[in-house]
Write a protein that binds this ligand. Sequence first.
Ligand SMILES: Nc1ncnc2c1ncn2[C@@H]1O[C@H](COP(=O)(O)OP(=O)(O)OP(=O)(O)O)[C@@H](O)[C@H]1O
Ligand SMILES: [Mg+2]
Length: 270
Amino acid sequence: MNSSKKFIETKEYKRFEEFCDTCIQYKYIGICYGLPGVGKTLSSRYYANWDKISDQIDYNKAKNIGDNATEDIKAAHTIFYTAPAEKATRISSDINTLGYRLAMTKQIYQIKMNEMEENYDTISAFSEVELIIVDEIDRLKLQHLEQLRNIYDQQDVAMVFIGMPGIEKRLSRYPQLFSRIGFAHEFDNLSKDETHHILEYKWADLGVDLKLEDFSDYEAMTSVIKITKGNFRLIHRLFAQIDRILKINQLETITVEVVEAARDSLVIGI
Ligand SMILES: Nc1ncnc2c1ncn2[C@@H]1O[C@H](COP(=O)(O)OP(=O)(O)OP(=O)(O)O)[C@@H](O)[C@H]1O
Ligand SMILES: [Mg+2]
């Protein structure tokens, strides 16, 4: 993989975006579930513009608050939070801190740009937050989920919980939380057509150290599509193996045999 790897706005991403927008519109809790590697985390971060925003609101990364802020901060309204694998008791305070820093950084930036008068009274942890996306929701036990319910009940925000398939059933065992869930959304694999489209037209964005011309024929490409079944993580892993096999065997072209050898060397059974 190289640095040209980019987020690709797939159809599944567009559906996810629409799902988040709808949760905001109705101020609902939504659950989004999907198999590992389909792109749930990356899509959530992209929706929240989190690569940029998390940096800009990180007090440790700036001498003064707002030093790193850019125009992006003005449109920021979503917090992306990964449920911790341990010490889940601090979820509320973690989310509060993120919300507060978002509001503070936004205001300081706008004051600096002369777009706003100083008025720190209006700042609270949720004054600028419309949506909180919580990733890895499967990690949380009931007592920890209660912290999220509490935030939802007290604040005027929407939430999206991201988890594995089956999470909707698990959450249904907690009626108080479940009754607040407005929508469920399945994050699916890429379709065959879209995988094909990406391989052919978005090749550069995949950031793979190979060239599209390296494919020997259409069949070799079709076998990549068949093996990966539109799972983004598998696509990347398969290409890493293909690259390795080409190098080891000093080959120049990606043939069906190369693709199959790459598949066989992947650890997981597919
Ligand atoms: N839209 C996209 N554009 C480019 N690459 C993507 C995209 N979505 C996913 N990927 C690639 O697939 C990998 C897996 O995506 P991601 O971590 O978001 O999956 P996930 O659904 O959150 O999986 P898990 O359930 O294991 O957490 C990413 O590291 C990235 O390389
Ligand atoms: Mg994930």
